[in-house]
Write a new protein. Structure first.
Length: 465
């Protein structure tokens, strides 16, 4: 790691756009019609759509630090149509139900772009689609299978590209093929979350920051400063869910880390291409994700130390030096002309992972408790769909509207079992990612078209298959 690399400080996105001055904390006990716990994308989008639908609603958002402190301010800026758990939902509810879920996600990308434009939120959004590349024979086999599955789930506008066509988009060293979908965009995560918070507040939603919620009970959100009582309490805490009383094993806080280069000169971009500014990923088991930023940096991420014992989360986004070096190695492996570039920033954050790796949105009509999350890293768009679904569920429950297309989607009210207790949880996650990295190394050296057996075993143990 270079001495000039900033490590932590929440994220590069905050270093670039500025850390906000926190809003006032909760001044004492209060009441609301809807209390939303968590000021990230899920909570803010939910407040936005509820207030738009029912302007007289008294909505309070409680945030432990400041809006966007968690994954919403640290992610890779991938606004895309992936959703965790779709294949499982197809097995549980049928193929057609999963197709409807996928179509809703395709539409969600456009919905976020539409609202940002309508509300004047400049988040550096560029709709270049998503390009996922294969660099080994085994990755190529998985890529073709993945492409065929996406077509089967209704993505008729997805295309499969050979080596030459891939290079015409982005010249990734060793890329033998890729699949591209138009249902994706690059954005600046912090500009989106700041803009959304400002819009929500202007609509009349009350936001209290520096107000950690320690426990959620029916009609009660308990904080050190007082309790908010409301008929509906919505948990929108994603990777920080384990900090709530009684919920340590609900969703596992998985770590993901990122680096951002210095702005790259035209000479480097001439060797890389990437003029379409697609979001970029690969088909490795321990996969990477990247974007070309608005100011011509490469922001690239992947798994570092995947999980901290006891479901602990970091404080300021600092990541391990070894992880930074691993991400730099991936950067140079993909784009050798970046070998001498400076890494300006490195950081990490947590994402929520349910035991069955399925995102869910739920409203318990008997208690008024609702929640959404478990996005497994695909939350930039999925949060928006979750928020619109929570809106519809609350309107249905309160008698203001009937069921909708969104309330009938198969991820609604899906139940997930808890994660194993420690140390089994820590041993399992550490072992899983060690297996994935080993499988990637073996596939790179073996030149076989089949997925390595270690990865298949890891998938079964993890519950991903």
């Amino acid at each position: 790691m270079s001495t000039s690399t900033v490590n932590g400080g929440i994220s590069f996105w905050y270093a670039q756009d500025g850390t906000p001055v926190p809003r006032e904390p909760l001044p004492g006990d209060a009441t609301a019609d809807v209390c939303i716990v968590g000021g990230g994308y899920t909570g803010l989008w939910t407040a936005y759509y509820l207030k738009k639908a029912v302007p007289f609603l008294n909505i309070t958002v409680l945030e432990g630090k400041f809006c966007g402190y968690g994954a919403s301010g640290r992610n890779g800026g991938w606004l895309y149509n992936g959703i965790a758990g779709r294949d499982r939902y197809a097995r549980l509810h049928g193929h057609d139900a999963a197709v409807r879920l996928q179509q809703a996600m395709n539409d969600t990308v456009d919905e976020v772009v539409r609202v940002a434009a309508e509300e004047g939120i400049d988040a550096d959004i560029h709709q270049g689609g998503v390009l996922q590349v294969a660099r080994t024979p085994a990755q190529l086999t998985r890529l073709k299978a993945f492409h065929a599955v996406e077509i089967a789930f209704g993505e008729k506008d997805r295309v499969l590209l050979g080596a030459r066509e891939t290079a015409e988009r982005v010249r990734v060293t060793g890329a033998v093929a890729s699949t591209w979908t138009p249902h994706g965009a690059r954005l600046h995560p912090v500009k989106l979350v700041k803009g959304l918070a400002a819009v929500v507040e202007a609509l009349g939603v009350t936001i209290h920051e520096s107000t950690p919620v320690t426990e959620i009970k029916p009609k009660h959100a308990i904080t050190p400063y007082g309790t908010v009582r409301a008929p509906y309490i919505l948990r929108c805490t994603e990777g920080f869910t384990a900090s709530l009383k009684g919920q340590k094993r609900d969703w596992l806080p998985m770590n993901s880390s990122m680096i951002a280069t210095e702005p790259l000169p035209r000479s480097v971009w001439d060797t890389i291409g990437w003029d379409g500014r697609e979001t970029l990923g690969d088909m490795a088991h321990a996969y990477m994700y990247a974007q070309r930023t608005a100011d011509d940096r490469i922001a690239l991420g992947g798994r570092g130390v995947p999980y901290r014992f006891g479901s602990k989360t970091d404080n300021d986004g600092r990541t391990q030096p070894a992880t930074i070096e691993t991400l730099r190695e991936i950067l140079v492996r993909f784009f050798p002309t970046t070998a001498g570039v400076r890494i300006d920033h490195a950081w990490s954050g947590v994402l929520g992972v349910p035991r069955d790796w399925c995102a869910t949105v739920t409203l318990d009509r008997s208690t008024g408790l609702g929640w959404a999350g478990g996005y497994v890293g695909s939350g930039v768009a999925t949060t928006n769909l979750a928020a619109r679904t929570l809106r519809d569920l609350i309107q249905q429950d309160s008698g203001q509207a009937g069921g909708t297309e969104l309330t009938s989607l198969p991820w609604v009210n899906h139940k997930v079992r808890k994660w194993e207790p420690e140390p089994l949880r820590w041993l399992g996650v550490q072992g899983m990612y060690a297996a994935y990295r080993a499988a990637d190394r073996r596939e790179a050296g073996a030149h076989t078209a089949e997925t390595d057996g270690i990865a298949r075993v890891a998938d079964r143990i993890a519950g991903r298959r």
